[in-house]
Structure formats: structure tokens, C-alpha cells
Design a protein around this ligand. Structure first.
Ligand SMILES: NC(=O)C1=CN([C@@H]2O[C@H](COP(=O)(O)OP(=O)(O)OC[C@H]3O[C@@H](n4cnc5c(N)ncnc54)[C@H](O)[C@@H]3O)[C@@H](O)[C@H]2O)[C@H](O)CC1
Ligand code: K
Length: 513
């Protein structure tokens, strides 16, 4: 799913109004009605007090349209206009007049803290103060209002985005942002719902379709894209009936050192669970027995050294290589890694200590083959690209790094982001149970396994990250957040594949009018 920028959203509105020949404020009418439908379906006429806080722009206008529908359907509604400026938008004013047509109880004007209403924790707050149009720091009394929302403990529903967030810039003051229990966002989610510094402001989100011009939506290229099942199904390569293991490639996992052989076992097993035909583990001698006994499906080649990798010599032709897991940074390991970078022609996933070796010897970057996949967690990323001031700065620097060195960077985290030049793909699967030792080794193995089956490096990255997270989500149901182990993620890879083609269960609730 595409994630549009603020400028693209405004442009989409304009194009839609022209092409569909819509009267002014029709999109706002659609937006407000859809939010009403969402609430009405859940509330079924319940008389819970609903407090709607409207700004003076179009986000506020959406709140006013919602208020009108709730009032005409007999809900218990209080409407407030948060008087944050003088320039009310035209559509806001139209929506305001229409509210006055349906009730004698006019919206209350809030100008300062003394005007704040009190509410109960069982009430509902609708936050329609600021949408994507926020363009400067908010006043202190509005910040106090948002703190007042939070202190009440009432369920807070944000319209489009939690007020106080910018769509394309970091937060200025963390207390000046509404904490939404739910956000109903128009046409597409916003990137800030997924970035580490801003995701916490909305516990859940849903997209509301306001009927923006389809052609515009299809043809507009976006910087961000959300990767969920719909996006990976077209990537999936089905198996032919008469296939054999020779068609699915031979993965080579290079890594391990004394005490860190398990990482290679996990990655090698993941290569096979992702569907590669064969896997070979290249480990120091001390890894021979553990891998042979714990993973009979794998072949093992050992280094000359007992404890670490000192010479990478093999006479097989791997289809893809995953390197760095548990490898350590011994001087000899560095030398052979450098040699491998110059000699290898097959696609490569570079992880863990291989990334750290690159960070400590930046000249290695010149040798990294084009389209290699780098899989850093945030600390490893910082060592690679330097520190950043905020999420936006981090993504900008990662894009520059990706463009300069022609590599794909997978920033691992709660919403793993795959960066390919300017483009950023945000993954939706995965859960905090996966923050456990070995989880990254599994990801490296899965992506290597997909590269073996002729998925392109971008496809393997997106599909691999998705499958890894999905398998983790399915494993969570059995093991729970605390007990989930990296090997459980591998156990659920089969289910993650099968789940790709399962139809979601249809909700049994009838739509309200
Ligand atoms: N396709 C869609 O997504 C649709 C979205 N809609 C809604 O419209 C808003 C965007 O509306 P806009 O009027 O451009 O901006 P806002 O309502 O977010 O408010 C801006 C408003 O407030 C002023 N302002 C900005 N920053 C501050 C500040 N710090 N302090 C005080 N005042 C501030 C600014 O000058 C404006 O006057 C979008 O989010 C949706 O909710 C459409 O209704 C339907 C189509
Ligand atoms: K809002």
C-alpha cells in the first residue's frame, strides 16, 4: 500500500475534485460520514458522552461533519472549537453552518485553559484539532489541552492523524501530541504511524476510503510503501510439479566462531525453510559436530582453524551467500571477508560481524558488490552511517548510503524498513516476541534462501522480511511474547507460506446505514 506525502494528499484532493466534478467540501462530507459510520457501527446508539474537539482547518471540519451526523442520530455530543487561530478554512465554515442547522446547542469556543471541559474516563474524545496541515509549534494552552485528554483516561479517536504530529518532520515537544487509542486515517496510513519515535502516538489505525481518484492513486510514485500480504503475493514464485532441488539453489552460510556456532545453525536451517534446495554451512572446525548433528539436512565445510574463520575456501558454486553471523572480527576473518567481497559474483546478504567489519574499515564499502543486502539493527546502522538526530534524518542518511554504495539496507526493528535508494518499504508483520537472540540470524537465512530461488535482491528482501515477521506472529500464538525463540520462527515458516493464500474470515456484522 502506498503511503502518500502531505503534498501528494493535497494534490490528490484537488485532482479528485476536478475529475469527479465535486462540489466544495464533498470530500470533507465523505470523510466525516465515514467516521460516523465507523462509530455508529460500534456504538449502536449508546449514550456515552462524545466530546469532539475541532481545529479551524479541514481536520476540524471533518470533526464538525461527524458531529452533525452524531447529533442527527441522537447521540450525546459536545462540540468544541479549539480557537487556535483566525483563518478558518472555507470548508470548515461550511461544516460549521451545517451543524448550526441541526442543533441549537452551538459548538463551545475554547480559547484558554479555563475553558477546558471536564470529562469522565468512560467518555469518548474525538481529536479533530490538527491534521496534516500542522505547520508550526502549538501554543502552550493547546498542549495543556492534549495533556488534559491524556489525564482523563478517556478513549481518544484521532481524525486522520493524532494532532500535534507532523507528517514529514520530527516531534518538537512530546507532550504536545495527542495519544490516540485509534486513528482513522484518510485514504492511506501515514509513515509516522510506523517510525520508532512516532508510532506510539496511535495504538491502532485504520484507513478510511474517501474516494480519491483511482488513476491518481495508481500512478503516483511514493517514497514510502507499506508491505503486507497484498504486496508480497505477486512476488511469490509457485512451485512447478516436476521441480527438483537443483532448481532451488544452493545457499552458503559463512560465519560462526567458538561459542557462536548456533547462529550459523539457525541461519542454515532458515535457508532451507525458506525453500532453497541445498545449504552448506562454512564454519570453523569447532562447528562441525554441532551443525552435523543438529541439522542433518545441511552440508558442512570447515575452516582450517578450530575457533574462527581464517580462510574461505570451498569448491562449490553457491547460488547465494549469507555472511557474518556469529563470525567475530578476528584479523584473519577480516582478510578473508575482504577477499570474498572482491571475488564473489553471487548475491549476498551481509549481516552482524561482517557489517561491523565494514563499519570499522569503511574502505570495504568500495568492494561490496552492487545490490548486496545489508541487514543492520539500529546500533549496527549507526556504526555504518553515523548517528542521526531523528527518524527522518536516519532515513535520509540511509537513503544516501544506499544510493552511494548501490546496496539495499534493511533497518531491522519493530517495523523493519527496507531502503533501496530513495524508496522505503515498511513491513507490517512481526512482534516484540521476536526481540530475542538469533532472530536476525533467521532473517539472514530466509533472505539467502529466497535469493537461492531466483528472487531478485529487492524481492528477497521484502518477501523475506514479511515471511520472517509473519512466521513470528504465528509462532507468538503458541509461545507468547516471553517464550518465543528464534528457532520457533523457523518452525512456523511453513505456516507463513501457507497463510499467504488463506482468505481472511469475513466479519459477521452488518454495515450500518
Ligand atoms: N484526502 C484527504 O485526506 C482529505 C483530508 N481532509 C482533512 O483535511 C486535513 C488537512 O486540512 P488542512 O486545513 O490543510 O489542515 P489542518 O486541519 O490539519 O489544520 C491546519 C490549520 O491549523 C493552522 N495551524 C497549523 N499549525 C498550527 C499551530 N501550530 N497552531 C495553530 N494553528 C495551526 C493552519 O494554519 C490551518 O489553518 C486532513 O488532515 C484531513 O483531516 C479533508 O477534509 C478531506 C480529504
Ligand atoms: K487529528
Amino acid at each position: 500500500m502506498k503511503i502518500f506525502s502531505k503534498e501528494q494528499i493535497y494534490q490528490g484532493d484537488k485532482i479528485t475534485e476536478e475529475r469527479q466534478e465535486l462540489p466544495a467540501s464533498e470530500l470533507m462530507e465523505r470523510a466525516g460520514l465515514q467516521i460516523f459510520n465507523w462509530m455508529h457501527m460500534r456504538m449502536q446508539g449508546a449514550q456515552v458522552p462524545v466530546h469532539i474537539f475541532c481545529g479551524i482547518g479541514n481536520n476540524g471540519g471533518d470533526g464538525l461533519v461527524l458531529a452533525r451526523h452524531l447529533i442527527t442520530h441522537g447521540y450525546n455530543v459536545e462540540v468544541y472549537v479549539v480557537n487556535c487561530g483566525n483563518s478558518r478554512s472555507d470548508d470548515f465554515l461550511t461544516a460549521y453552518d451545517k451543524v448550526k442547522e441541526v442543533t441549537k446547542k452551538w459548538p463551545k469556543l475554547l480559547k484558554c485553559e479555563n475553558d477546558f471541559p471536564t470529562f469522565h474516563k468512560d467518555d469518548i474524545i474525538v481529536d479533530a484539532v490538527f491534521g496534516i496541515g500542522l505547520n508550526r509549534k502549538i501554543d502552550d494552552w493547546i498542549k495543556a489541552l492534549f495533556k488534559h485528554f491524556k489525564a482523563s483516561g478517556a478513549f481518544t479517536l484521532s481524525v486522520d492523524i493524532p494532532s500535534g504530529l507532523y507528517t514529514d518532520a520530527p516531534i518538537e515537544d512530546r507532550e504536545g501530541v495527542v495519544r490516540a487509542n485509534y486513528t482513522l486515517s484518510f485514504q492511506a496510513p501515514k509513515a509516522i504511524f510506523f517510525l520508532p519515535e512516532t508510532a506510539e502516538y496511535t495504538a491502532q489505525w485504520e484507513v478510511i476510503d474517501v474516494g480519491i481518484d483511482r488513476e491518481f492513486l495508481m500512478q503516483t510514485e511514493t517514497e514510502f510503501e507499506l508491505i503486507s500480504k497484498n504486496e508480497v503475493i505477486p512476488i511469490y514464485k509457485p512451485r512447478e510439479r516436476f521441480s527438483h532441488k537443483g532448481l532451488f539453489g544452493h545457499g552458503l552460510i559463512i560465519g560462526g566462531s567458538y561459542g557462536k556456532i548456533g547462529a550459523v545453525q539457525l541461519a542454515s536451517r532458515s535457508v532451507l525453510s525458506a525453500g532453497a534446495g541445498l545449504v552448506t554451512a562454512y564454519v570453523p572446525k569447532c562447528g562441525y559436530l554441532p551443525i552435523q548433528t543438529s541439522l542433518p539436512e545441511a552440508m558442512v565445510i570447515t575452516d582450517e582453524d578450530e575457533y574462527s574463520i581464517t580462510s574461505i575456501k570451498f569448491d562449490l558454486e553457491p547460488t547465494a551467500i549469507g555472511i557474518g553471523i556469529g563470525m567475530g572480527k578476528a584479523a584473519e576473518s577480516f582478510k578473508v571477508f575482504k577477499t570474498l567481497l572482491t571475488s564473489t559474483k553471487v548475491p549476498m546478504v551481509i549481516d552482524a560481524d561482517a557489517l561491523n567489519m565494514i563499519s570499522e574499515n569503511k574502505e570495504l564499502l568500495e568492494l561490496v558488490p552492487e545490490n548486496s543486502i545489508l541487514t543492520p539493527h539500529p546500533k549496527e546502522l549507526e556504526r555504518l552511517i553515523g548517528n542521526w538526530t531523528d527518524d527522518f534524518d536516519k532515513l535520509k542518511k540511509t537513503s544516501e548510503f544506499s544510493l552511494k554504495h548501490k546496496v539495499i539496507v534493511i533497518i531491522k526493528g519493530a517495523n523493519t524498513i527496507t531502503v533501496l535508494g530513495e524508496k522505503k518499504f515498511i513491513n507490517v508483520t512481526g512482534n516484540p516476541g521476536m526481540s530475542t537472540g538469533g532472530s536476525g540470524d533467521v532473517l539472514t537465512g530466509i533472505i539467502t534462501g529466497l535469493l537461492c530461488q531466483s528472487y531478485s535482491p529487492v524481492e528477497a528482501s521484502l518477501f523475506g522480511v514479511y515471511l520472517h515477521g509473519r512466521a513470528g506472529d504465528m509462532a507468538l500464538e503458541e509461545y507468547g511474547y516471553q517464550s518465543l525463540l528464534a528457532s520457533n520462527i523457523i518452525d512456523y515458516m511453513g505456516d507463513a507460506y501457507i497463510d499467504l493464500f488463506k482468505q481472511p474470515e469475513q466479519p459477521q456484522v452488518e454495515e450500518a446505514e
